[in-house]
Design a protein around this ligand. Structure first.
Ligand code: ME8
Length: 514
């Protein structure tokens, strides 16, 4: 039977600077979802990439004495390298400057034209270069410094241009009907409510071309016009699925199951994108999830404040697994979160080094020392053993339920509750004491512990793509027995295990390290 498909994307990042921790956060979270779905039997297509057009790129490039393309090339490579460093399992990496993307963007444009939804008009208003958006007079204000700023607090200038418009206003009712029929379209719910009120308040037509610069996808048949960067940016999701070639095998992945994006760009994904697709008569994505922002110790990160933490430095300092686990476990997905050195160290040492790593190390070392390195064949299970194993078996349902609604932290919580319980079980059963009094009982306890570790490690693979497979190696679990379908097949006693080794080291402060 063909596996059900699952198409998941991140936002595509602006390569006007190097990737920061917010970008790392989004791609790590999406990677955890993609890996989870793969292990759960889906045929996953996971896309990430860079959004390379727009005025912001032109201006940053000019400041750095580069062409926009040079800037894009340089930084897009950094985003790609970040994905490799963080063990991201993306199936494709799209750059919006690729020919395939020009083709797709021009094709969707032509379909919007054919639908009668694009018309030429003039536009003037308060334009923010940083937000690449026009603001209504009432959305702007003049600060004490005399500078007028738009809704997001960025400077605006009065700008006039000839521009094509997209008839967004025409889609207001259809969008509202679509939201009504698809109550899961946007998560979390609070963000969906904001979207609905925004659409209910009335939609103005959208200016979708620019003539003041040429760094963009040319509008077909209209010299001097390039597409508004968001038209081309959103289209990336269908470019990668082969659009406009609907005979491309990848087209079977469309519509996407999930767009993972930050809360600041929910409107673009939940209003503009479905309207463009409706106009082009293409299927709509199933869900858009707007995650929160990451702050450094509660402060918003910004280059000017100088507290942007380089994700490469972070991965190097803490290790990729620890960084991933921290971000996924500590921040309730959907909410804002903050991070600090202390919080990362405490999570790493408590959950990874102690609870999981130490438990594995202690139990597997006992097997190595006392059972000649052979996983014991268990005797009859006691009520405690049964209770422990039943809890472990319950992890998959809790995990699936959590991940089905992008409650990533809840999945890890469900797994670590069982890991903590297994530590209590291990301590209470005290196999080191049983070694002298009841050797067979010790063997059963070690078996049960190994079996719980097997299940926890299988389930933790999407968060810990480096350490979890190492743990499974220590249990001599074959590669083809590591998916979620294999959770139901317990370890078989009597197999030889490799010599145990530590998998999740404690974080030690560099200055106190030997
Ligand atoms: O918005 N914490 O690109 P981008 C968490 N090119 N997430 C953050 C964050 C933070 N501090 N800062 C940014 C764009 N993000 C567009 C997207 S999609 C068709 C086009 C998230 O580089 C942000 O919310 O500014 C977005 O989802 C992603 O990082 C890329 O942001």
């Amino acid at each position: 039977m063909a596996k059900p498909r699952f198409y998941v994307t991140t936002a595509i990042s602006y390569p006007n600077g190097a990737p920061h921790i917010g970008h790392a956060y989004e791609v790590i979270a999406t990677d955890a979802i993609a890996r989870f779905m793969r292990l759960d039997g889906r045929d996953v297509f996971f896309l990430t990439g860079t959004d390379e057009h727009g005025l912001k790129m032109v201006q940053t490039a000019a400041r750095e004495d580069l062409t926009a393309r040079e800037l894009a090339d340089r930084n897009s490579d950094r985003f790609r390298a970040m994905a490799e460093t963080l063990a991201i399992s993306n199936d494709d990496f799209i750059r919006t400057t690729e020919p395939r993307h020009y083709k797709a963007s021009q094709a969707i444009w032509e379909r919007m034209v054919a639908a009668g939804d694009i018309y030429l008009g003039g536009y003037e208003g308060w334009y923010s270069v940083r937000d690449e958006a026009y603001y209504g007079e009432e959305e702007t204000s003049v600060g004490a410094d005399g500078v007028r700023v738009g809704g997001q607090g960025t400077p605006v200038e009065w700008t006039k241009e000839e521009t094509f418009f997209f008839r967004l206003s025409k889609y207001q009712d259809r969008l509202l009907a679509f939201y009504e029929a698809n109550p899961e379209f946007v998560g979390p719910d609070t963000r969906f409510n904001e979207v609905i009120s925004f659409v209910k308040s009335g939609l103005a037509d959208l200016s979708v071309s620019r003539t003041t610069f040429d760094w963009g996808v040319p509008v077909p048949g209209a010299d001097g016009h390039v597409m508004y960067v968001w038209v081309d940016a959103l289209t990336n999701y269908i470019t990668a699925a082969g659009f406009p070639d609907e005979t491309d095998p990848k087209w079977a992945y469309w519509p996407a199951d999930l767009h993972v994006i930050g809360k600041d760009i929910v409107r673009f994904h939940a209003v503009y994108w479905p309207a463009f697709l409706m106009s082009a008569n293409l299927p709509l994505p199933k869900r858009v999830y707007g995650h929160g922002f990451l702050f450094n110790r509660g402060e918003k990160m910004s280059k000017s404040i100088g507290n942007v933490v380089d994700p490469f430095v972070m991965a190097e300092s803490y290790g990729v697994d620890a960084m991933r686990y921290f971000l996924l476990r500590e921040v309730a997905f959907g909410n804002d979160g903050s991070y600090s050195h202390e919080a990362i160290v405490s999570r790493t040492n408590a959950d990874l080094a102690n609870d999981l790593g130490n438990l594995a190390q202690r139990s597997l070392s006992m097997i190595a020392k006392n059972c000649e390195g052979v996983l014991p064949i268990p005797g009859a299970f006691t009520a405690e053993d049964e209770a422990m194993l039943a809890q472990a078996r319950g992890m998959i349902d809790a995990s699936r339920e959590a991940m089905g609604s992008q409650q990533i932290h809840r999945w890890l919580e469900a797994v670590w509750i069982v890991v903590a319980e297994c530590n209590r079980y291990f301590a209470a059963q005290a196999p080191w004491a049983l070694r002298k009094t009841d050797f067979a009982r010790m063997e059963t306890v070690l078996y049960v512990t190994a079996e719980v570790i097997r299940q926890a490690a299988i389930l933790a693979q999407p968060a810990l793509p480096i350490g979890a497979p190492k743990l499974l190696d220590l249990l001599a679990l074959p590669e083809d027995a590591r998916d979620f379908a294999s959770l139901a097949t317990p370890l078989v006693g009597g197999i030889a295990l490799p010599p145990p080794q530590g998998v999740f080291p404690r974080y030690v402060e560099p200055e106190t390290a030997a």
